[in-house]
Design a protein around this ligand. Structure first.
Ligand code: 8YV
Length: 322
């Protein structure tokens, strides 16, 4: 009888995923409250055949070099910028991830963040609860409305397209997108492809849903914020690394743009003394884009299924092919 493959899990996950894994694998879970340290991860990976990880686990060459028994890395995320994909592939290790199942949850959170930022929902709620609501005043708590505005989506993949679809009923003036390649789905959605410069200068709302890659790193720099309208609202639910954060802080402080809503930033968690947290025109969420109960359950299950498939010699539900 062959020993069951050992899978190391860097977070406690849903029972359904655990139960599925336990049927074919010998499961070991990191149950600390903070993310597993690199040293602990390396110690545990030495004799593991599978890794179940999340975005806070950086899987680099140093980690991979000790993980000589690893057959599959399954990340409970659609993003994979925390994985050294080239090195993993070079070692013949398979990669699983969780596309599609989080598209709707992330898109709805993006729309929520856009509205919360532009219509100042958190500021207004705070005022109402802490005595800041004195009397009705014509321009108090006003912000730019979505109706008849131009929205530009940066990165028109699964999530960007879903955001665009969700925004359709808001009576936009124009919906545009910027993407490396033209997306055939755009016509039906009613989104026009524009170049990056046009997107920056013409948009009332800029929504970022692209992946973090060497090409998108610091895409939103000082020059980009300067090109935006002073009334522009900037929303990011992708990765903090696409933004030059000091440049964003400056743009918000000097009124170069109207406001920002961020679900992702650098670093995460954001330290309590970070200048972003002092800005009234910046809404900060703790990376909850995919955090609907249904979606997180699906993500957990898909991650487990990706692992099990490898050991059963079946097709993985979502294998990362690059
Ligand atoms: C996750 C995400 O919460 O899927 C992604 O890429 O950023 C979020 O859905 C996170 O990555 C958990 O690993």
């Amino acid at each position: 009888i062959m020993a069951k493959p050992r899978v190391y899990i860097t977070r406690e996950v849903n029972d359904e995923s655990m139960n599925l894994l336990k049927q074919t694998c010998d499961v070991s879970v990191w149950s600390g409250s903070a993310p597993v340290s690199k040293a602990e991860l390396m110690k545990n990976l030495k004799d593991s055949q599978a890794l179940f990880c999340t975005l806070s686990d950086k899987i680099d060459k140093e980690v991979l070099d000790v993980a000589t028994n690893l057959k599959v890395i399954a990340t409970m995320s659609v993003g994979y910028d925390h994985l050294d994909v080239a090195e993993i592939k070079a070692k013949g290790i398979r990669i699983g991830y969780t596309p599609d199942v989080l598209t709707d949850a992330t898109a709805e959170l993006t729309v929520g963040l856009l509205l919360a930022t532009s219509r100042r929902l958190f500021e207004a709620n705070e005022a109402a609860k802490t005595g800041g609501w004195s009397s009705w005043s014509p321009f108090w708590m006003c912000g730019p409305g979505l109706s008849q505005s131009t929205v530009g989506v940066v990165g028109f993949g699964r999530i960007g397209q879903e955001v665009a679809k969700c925004l359709k009923p808001f009576n936009l003036k124009r919906l545009t997108y910027y993407n490396r390649s033209e997306r055939k789905e755009a016509k039906e959605i009613g989104a026009d492809k524009v170049d990056f410069n046009e997107l920056l200068t013409e948009s009332d709302f800029i929504v970022v849903t692209c992946a973090l890659t060497p090409e998108t790193k610091n895409l939103f720099n000082q020059e980009a914020f300067k090109k935006m309208k002073k009334s522009a609202v900037f929303v990011n639910t992708s990765r903090g690394g696409v933004v030059d954060q000091p440049a964003l802080v400056e743009a918000l402080q000097t009124g170069e743009i109207w406001g920002a809503g961020l679900d992702v930033m650098t670093p995460e968690p954001l330290p309590l003394d970070d200048p972003l947290l002092k800005l009234k025109n910046c809404v900060i969420l703790p990376h909850i884009g995919s955090a609907s109960i249904q979606t997180r359950n699906k993500m957990g299950l898909m991650t487990a299924q990706n692992i099990v498939a490898v050991f059963k010699n079946e097709e993985m539900p979502a294998e990362l092919i690059v």
